[in-house]
Design a protein around this ligand. Sequence first.
Ligand SMILES: [Fe+2]
Length: 394
Amino acid sequence: MIPAYYEFANTAKVLSGEGAIENIPFELRNLRCERVLVVTNKDLRRLGYADIVLSALADGKIEVGAVFDDVPVDSSVEVVNEVARVFGEQRCDGLVAVGGGSVLDTAKGVRIVLSAGGEDLMELRGADRLIGRFLTPLVAVPTTAGTGSEVTGVAVIKDTERHVKMAFASFNLVPDVAVLDPRMTAGLPPRLTASTGMDALTHAVEAFSCRQANPLSDGYARAAIDLVRGYLPRAVENGRDTQARLAMANAALLAGVSFSNAMVGIVHAMGHACGGAANVPHGDAMAVLLPHGMKFNLASAGDRYAELLLHLAGSETFAATPKAERAEAAIEAVRALLASLHESVGQPVTLAECGITSEQLPEIARAAAVDGAISMNPRFASADEILEVLKAAL
Ligand SMILES: [Fe+2]
């Protein structure tokens, strides 16, 4: 069914393939950048990933004003301000972010500070508070295949003084160019490949079944799930499988475009709460909770899940499954994928394996019930109902 009204945007130019990084200088010149600030972290520098990008910039005659490689695991206001200071001091005119979610979020935060200069970062929190185009060009080179941050307008930045995570959301924050190069994820350990891949899958499943889904976000979600089904086990089994790495990078990007337009749902709401209460890694929480969230939503989103069976399990299984059983079979397909990842790399299948105790569940349920991600869930979920879902996942 077509929604009576919807909006959709995907403003990032995508470069995908081995060698995509070598085309960054052309894109920077196109964005009128001559001297860039490269944002990354110490590990990526030490392991040589940042160097791949730096040598491409040198070969392409793009000056590097500075390399900021001090981004921590959780980006903070201080780090963002520091990077913005270096950017100004070195007279840079563009940003190249090389890293996972935290590095990309930092670069987006820097963009806010540079472009909305003089305004209080706290004032700009929330959705669609950032008015006008952000003119500081940003090229994003993700080094994980999960968050989709290279194509989303969302940044989460920690306010260390107030101990809160600030969320910024605006299509003006979407990077200008997203660069998917399989060399950047080749060394991602199998366990991290599995959990980040399950995050991408969760983005696609939740986007497809949430209340704000639309035909365009649906298309991206379907394509993302097809790629996860075909390539996640391969990328986990052999990290040097270039085709599988590139496919998973594309899956994460497709799912990112989908959920940044459609939103997510109860699985992310519970996952955010698990992260807050027990520091459960996001991808692990997603993997454990996805089948349980789908089961809860079955009464409201059964038809949508039935459609997803085609993508989660392939055309033969879809055709062989009676219509009335397809939604349940879709949940089973997710369970089967998770079970295979549990077997191959020890991906947790319960919250207990993630370090959560039954005493923590009521607090997690309360936090999930008021998390922003719950608002577009296909079925209303009270804190009591969420507690039941969490108990089943323990
Ligand atoms: Fe996620």
